[in-house]
Design a protein around this ligand. Sequence first.
Ligand code: XMP
Length: 495
Amino acid sequence: MYSKKLKDAHDGYTFDDFLMVPSASSVEPKDVVTKTRVSRNYHLNIPIISSAMDTVTESEMAITLAQEGGLGVIHRNMTIKEQVEEVKKVKRSGDLTIIDVITISPEASLKDASEIMDKEGISGLPVVKNDVIVGIISRRDITPILNSDAERSVGEIMTEDVVTISESTTPDEALDIAYENKVERLPVVRDNRIVGIVTMRDILERKKYPSASRDKIGRFVVAAAAGPFDLERAIALDDAGADIIAVDCAHAHNLNVVKFLRTIKNNIDADLIAGNIATQEAAEDLIAMDVDGLKVGIGPGSMCTTRIIAGVGIPQLTAISEVADVASEYDTPVIADGGLRFSGDIAKAIAVGADVVMLGNLLAGTYEAPGDVVIMNGRKYKQYRGMGSLGAMTGGFGAGTDRYFQEVKGPMKHAKLVPEGVEGVVPYKGPLSEVLFQLVGGLKASMGYCGAKDISSMKKNAKLVKITSSGIKESHPHDLLITNESPNYPTTRLM
Ligand code: XMP
């Protein structure tokens, strides 16, 4: 009976156990489309999202990732108020229309106008009477006469003929209107009342990121993590404008967690991603709670010790494929979370059914990741730690504790916690955009080899070959001393 357990145990595989088979292809990497779905209602232009970890994702990471077409999941090792503010920073940063417009009345003096512009660091003010826009005044109008006529009223000098736009004007239309009328600022009006302002600089900035992940009204898309039973946080993040709430738990197939997912889902408008899981049964149970995306990965992470401390987990490629078999029947996106070390691993995850990958280690150490650069032995590093590490569970808001079902009442005591992660450093990697360029470039190369023009054909058609340890040895560079570091294959390999 016991020996049967061993006999019945099936094989589990991970990234290094397989390669993809080169296939007849008429697809050039440059023509590949990497658009995918991260949750039922949100598409991304690149299949990459960042881990909800306190050394990976705060607003800076989420903004840059959204600009590049991916998505950041703001970590929850902070108070609800702080996390809400991080979400708002992302939403504000991708917003073309400034909503809290600073205005001035026509009776105010030029001196007042100049002072407001100095204080707020802006160079123009809509002039408003009883909420209705009656003119616009700019620094250029004031400067020549400020010394001699500082007490003259704004109403005398302002331009009365204001070029305005409505809320439905697209960025391209706004740009045309601004060029045609040679104006820098376009007040947004509804029934003659000012509801926002768009500046030429913001429109041009937006055009720099044509692939950015945006919501229906053009703001950046952002996700935020909430604990498995933290309804208050989930609701606050939803209210703050988070597009996706990612319930973040080490074992989402805990049946109390499964049950509570329904409560969270019923109380938010945002999409709900739930994880982590690694089996078909878990996928069935979570999908029954109407989740919008499934996150897969029990213990593959580079700083995880779950598989060693608890002896539990499923090698990641097997886990992704098992969950994807079920998820595809219900049209639910799959996020492969953890264990990816190279761009080729992103392609392999997609080949076995993932729609998106979640990266911790590969994005930690970038300029946009939280934390400072430290120099050790002449090389630059940044901290990277597991959310189940002692440092993360006792520092910040102690978010790791409920992720790992640990409860510590009163002051945190190290001795009462059983960590499932470690703390360390990763090499400093420079700007995120350069790292993404290499990761997406590697994925596109892979899709070219496999003859896949887009993510869905990669999922459907990529074939795999199982390899041995000699196959892995042959795959990596061998029998030479590498003299020049490659941007997508670091020579300083850690552990
Ligand atoms: P990578 O391999 O990209 O993995 O560094 C990131 C993912 O690891 C998970 N995570 C943890 N897992 N103990 C764990 O067992 C931890 O302390 C821990 N912290 C993060 C998480 O899913 C992340 O996205």
